[in-house]
Design a protein around this ligand. Structure first.
Ligand code: MIC
Ligand code: SF4
Length: 641
């Protein structure tokens, strides 16, 4: 039987002796990346692993999220990451170079390789035919130390693309169309492979937009074959030697096939507050906008900037609308300067922001109260922009630029042809710091500012648990609900005690106080608990507040792994209808935990109503051990792998 592209990469990287069952894929990891907001935790974990130098082919530490430097916390974190990178032989990319995923695509991604990153949008590099996955920081640390990365053996979904994109329609609309079809949980447990005659016309940056938003359907990864487009991109980047052709076999078998006809696609837009709340732009056109943001790891390539600039050229941003532009990397910025696109944008009234995540993670540029913000980004979860009642829409650069000029949501397919030439970018690494020779690296002093607190430690899992059901939440609760980001909170990413004041406050402003009072907490939740980012703070901080178990209808993949790594029981209702039997504030008891984790069956008793609710604890053999040890750090101390 033929193999899919992802199956081929998996097979080449399988560490067979570490797979506990055919469903557990233990993968050798060639490359890792971290960003600063999750990086400090990852490197604190790495320091505990007793290695001298990273054991991957390449590891890169980017600073791109937390670049505002409003106080000492941001620069101290960056300084820690810079020195820890120098100590362990990791490439360091300081703030200003650009967004990790764009930079990794430009300079390091290679067809056929495996990459994990402490950021959920790591699959962006799937555009180069590599298997790239988001992971918790501790799992990235294990990979840097030479350990395998474990994922449930993924299902294979094929998206068969036919036809060609029409005027005003772009790769972002393809990503939104997939979200429209399969929703924010439609890709959980699967690798999505784009195929069909329609993909030949898509350039690597366009493919990167699609792979990037594969995170929004919950997919483990998204991949494109490595073909002529890949070769072209790598030649442009001065890396032709990294090219190898790679594709799935003709007779490869997929678990599901999805059809998209590019020719009939219209410009799409995700309405508040979920990336899968997709409508056609036409349906909402005329809605007044307060703010437009162009950039983020989804849409910040030279191509994206050029087409936005072509629409803005010779026009002015409508009165009362603010427009921000954040290029994805220095390379993109320099191409914008050289081509005159930057001048066209500033003349139109755009505010040019740093090459960084910026408004995407609420680091500045929050919309006005109740404002409408149109963003070329990938997530529009409630409050993520920094303004609680803002209404954030996600769209293509073309829709964004036109709407900025019109002052209301406008459909770019109604424009005449957008005259836009995409110049070749001059590959530049900016001020990236390459690893030093081993002897020199060993002499590096690791510098820690006062905001960097040690990773909290907990004991082994107990056999029984009595706790309060402090929160009963609904479906699709994101990590932005659990552990919000933004300019006020992100500076504390290296300080779990300080972060705990903000935990789950989007769902219940009093959650931190209630959890502290309860001592031990269980949370009940609907489908897809922990959707969104890879931030392990969404597990470590609840654990710090005494959260010991989450009973949900289902979990998002990365977050479930993070819960296990933090020693929190991820339990799934055996019968989803039992969700209705649990009541907030009731006492909860779970007995026989050690045996239950092994057998995968645990009973959760609501002490007030007496209901005994059956749950499943679906973990591979290694995860069971991690959980019983009380988390990944304890497990590493005990087993060392
Ligand atoms: C995000 O887009 O939500 C983030 C911020 O990049 C996160 C990582 C983080 O929380 O630091 C992600 O996507 O994993
Ligand atoms: Fe940064 Fe936004 Fe991309 Fe996350 S989604 S990596 S915050 S640009």
């Amino acid at each position: 039987m033929g193999k899919t592209l992802a199956q081929k990469i998996i097979e080449n990287h399988l560490v067979r002796e570490e797979c506990s069952s055919p469903e557990d894929a233990a993968l050798r990891i060639d490359q890792t990346l971290t960003q600063d907001a999750t990086g400090t935790m990852a490197y604190l974990a790495l320091e505990n692993m007793g290695i001298d130098r990273v054991r991957t082919e390449l590891s890169v530490a980017y600073v791109d999220h937390n670049t505002l430097q409003c106080g000492f916390e941001n620069p101290d974190d960056a300084q820690y990451i810079r020195t820890v990178a120098a100590r362990y032989g990791i490439v360091y990319s300081p703030a200003g170079n650009g967004i990790c995923h764009r930079l990794h695509l430009e300079h390091f991604g290679k067809p056929g390789k495996t990459l994990i990153g402490s950021d959920s949008h790591t699959p962006t590099c799937g555009a180069l035919g590599m298997l790239a996955m988001g992971a918790g920081g501790m799992d990235v640390a294990v990979a840097m130390a030479g350990g395998a990365y474990h994922i449930p053996m993924p299902k294979m979904i094929r998206v068969n693309l036919s036809g060609r994109l029409q005027k005003g329609v772009s790769a972002k609309d393809l990503a939104l169309e997939l979200l429209r079809q399969i929703s924010v949980k439609g890709g959980v447990g699967a690798v999505i492979e784009w195929a069909g005659e329609g993909i030949a016309a898509l350039t690597v940056p366009e493919r990167a937009t699609i792979c990037n938003m594969g995170a929004e359907v919950g997919a483990t990864s998204t991949v494109f074959p490595s073909d002529e487009q890949t070769k072209h991109f790598l030649i442009e980047q001065g890396r032709e030697e990294d090219y190898i052709p790679l594709r799935s076999d003709e007779d490869a078998v997929y678990d599901r096939e999805i059809l998209i006809d590019a020719s009939s696609l219209k410009p799409l837009i995700a309405c508040p507050h979920s990336p899968d709340n997709v409508r056609t732009v036409k349906e909402v056109s005329g809605t007044p906008v307060n703010q437009v943001c162009i950039g983020s790891c989804t849409n910040s390539s030279v191509r994206d900037m050029m087409s936005a600039a072509a629409i803005l050229k010779g026009k002015r941003v409508a009165e009362g609308v603010e427009l921000s532009v954040s290029p994805g990397s220095r390379e993109v910025l320099e191409a914008m300067i050289a081509s005159g696109a930057l001048a066209d944008m500033t003349a139109a009234g755009a505010r040019i922001l740093e090459c960084a995540c910026g408004p995407c993670i609420g680091m500045g540029f929050s919309p006005v109260s109740g404002g409408v913000s149109l963003r070329t980004f990938n997530r529009n979860f409630e409050g993520r922009s920094g303004t609680r009642d803002a209404k954030v829409y996600l769209c293509s650069p073309e829709t964004a630029a036109l709407s900025a000029v019109m002052g209301c949501i406008a459909d770019p397919s109604e424009l005449d042809e957008i005259a836009c030439a995409v110049p070749q970018a001059n590959s530049t690494m900016g001020n990236m710091v390459m690893p030093k020779p081993e002897n020199e690296a060993r002499r590096t002093e690791i510098l820690r500012g006062p905001n960097i607190k040690p990773m909290p430690k907990w004991g082994r899992m107990e056999d029984s648990l009595e706790a309060c059901l402090t929160l009963k939440a609904g479906d699709n609760i994101t990590t932005d609900h659990i552990m919000p980001a933004g300019a006020k909170i992100l500076p504390y990413r290296s300080n779990i005690p300080r972060m705990s004041d903000f935990c789950l406050t989007v769902c219940d402003a009093d959650f931190p106080t209630k959890a502290k009072q309860a001592g031990q907490t269980v949370i009940a939740a609907g489908e897809n608990w922990g959707q969104g980012s890879s931030r392990e703070h969404a597990a470590l901080v609840p654990r710090y507040l005494g959260v010991r178990a989450i009973v949900a209808k289902s979990f998002a993949r990365i977050h479930k792994a993070n819960l296990v790594n933090a020693g929190i029981l991820p339990l799934v209702f055996a019968d989803p209808a039992d969700y209705d039997l649990l009541r907030q504030d009731d006492g909860i008891r779970i007995d026989g935990i050690k045996e239950g984790v092994q057998s995968g069956k645990l009973t959760v008793t609501d002490l007030k109503s007496g209901h005994a609710i059956e749950t499943r604890c679906e973990l591979d053999a290694r995860q069971k051990q991690i959980l019983l040890c009380g988390g990944l750090m304890n497990y590493m101390e005990e087993y060392g792998k």
